[in-house]
Write a protein that binds this ligand. Structure first.
Ligand SMILES: NC(=O)c1ccc[n+]([C@@H]2O[C@H](COP(=O)([O-])OP(=O)(O)OC[C@H]3O[C@@H](n4cnc5c(N)ncnc54)[C@H](O)[C@@H]3O)[C@@H](O)[C@H]2O)c1
Length: 331
């Protein structure tokens, strides 16, 4: 599907984004606003997560914001009469899910179930796209990881995201609620949380180089693939717009795999300066580390024609450029 076809698919569409002030949600909202969609961004702006009012500052088009906590607020006004629901409201921290497992349960399961159950009651024709995570696989048995890989999460967050995926499958099978699930890998780009490592280690690295401070790389040989946020937004839009993607569960990767040490070097090259030290993995983190990961996302590419468009070095340069002009609201 071309950019023009995507634009046409969403022009005038009524779209709700749960977690719309967060990192990925706000980038999606901005894009949909440019397409002429009528966007409602619902967000609780929870302090430990990536939500930031500034993320939708100056968004073009019709982008409305509703501050509400979907753990407890009635979701009817947010889904009734809407054509699409993107659920990006969740908590992403793996260690956070171990430290506060019941919070993770509420944020990642209760919210997804509440949204789906409200759709069943008042918006049975809505199309739902759920942002899941590669964490549902646990420690890979082989690389790259395809969708047939065993599901054995190594932390509470992965278990809850897997349960949320299963709610979508169930509500589709039993009630006919259209849905698709994307298992995202590490996503980065403008509007990610950089004030600390809560959202991802890369956020903390970016802040450090922007402020001229060294950062820590734990071990450094782990393999990862990263998705630039515009590519993740493309994937979310295609998951909603391509009818063959409906009902699917798909990996989303980002192209070339990279060791963390090489990623650290790429950050420094993109910034023009910086320094890091290699440190051992902190013990608590090591217990839930998944080791190497690299997605096989050929299924999604085949079904939708998606492919990542932004190479790592360009994505890092664009991200650092963004923060150079907009640092204060993110600290
Ligand atoms: N960023 C990544 O690398 C990554 C990787 C894999 C999966 N994901 C998934 O993608 C989704 C979005 O991630 P993100 O990086 O944009 O995170 P984020 O923290 O930036 O955004 C999540 C947003 O959801 C909001 N939110 C959370 N609970 C809420 C609630 N109860 N009611 C209303 N709003 C609520 C938060 O305030 C925040 O603004 C998450 O579900 C995450 O698990 C992200």
């Amino acid at each position: 599907m071309t950019e023009e076809a995507l634009r046409a698919a969403f022009a005038g569409a009524r779209v709700t984004i749960a977690g719309g002030l967060g990192f990925i949600g706000s980038n999606l909202a901005r894009r949909l606003g440019e397409f002429g969609a009528e966007v409602l961004a619902v967000d609780a702006l929870l302090p430990d997560l990536g939500g930031n009012r500034y993320n939708l500052d100056g968004a073009r088009g019709r982008v409305a914001i509703e501050i509400a906590d979907l753990r407890e607020t009635d979701a009817i006004p947010f889904v009734e009469g809407r054509e699409y629901l993107f659920n990006l409201a969740g908590q992403t921290s793996h260690q956070g899910s171990m430290d506060a497992p019941f919070d993770d349960l509420d944020l990642n399961c209760r919210v997804a179930l509440r949204l789906l159950d409200t759709c069943r009651k008042v918006a049975p024709d809505i199309a739902v796209v759920f942002a899941s995570t590669r964490q549902v696989y646990g420690k890979p048995h082989y690389l790259p990881v395809d969708e047939r890989h065993p599901l054995a999460p190594v932390d509470v967050n992965g278990i809850h995201k897997l349960a949320a995926e299963a709610y979508h499958t169930l509500y589709r099978e039993v009630y006919g609620i259209k849905s698709s699930v994307l298992r995202l890998t590490n996503t980065y780009g403008p509007r990610m949380r950089i004030k600390d490592g809560h959202q991802s280690f890369l956020g903390a690295w970016l802040r450090a180089v922007l402020e001229g401070a060294p950062f820590e790389v734990w071990e450094g040989e782990q393999l990862r693939d990263l998705t630039y946020v515009d590519d993740a937004v493309d994937a979310l839009l295609l998951a909603a717009a391509v009818s063959e993607a409906e009902g699917g569960v798909f990996n989303i990767g980002g192209g070339r795999r990279v060791t963390l040490k090489r990623l650290a070097d790429a950050v420094i090259i993109a910034n023009g300066a910086g320094d890091y030290t290699i440190e051992p993995f902190p013990a608590a983190r090591k217990r839930i580390d998944i080791g190497d990961y690299h997605a096989d996302d050929r299924l999604f590419r085949r079904v939708t024609g998606w492919k990542p468009r932004v190479a790592l070095k360009d994505g890092l340069a664009r991200t650092l450029d963004y923060y150079r002009g907009n640092l204060e609201p993110y600290l």
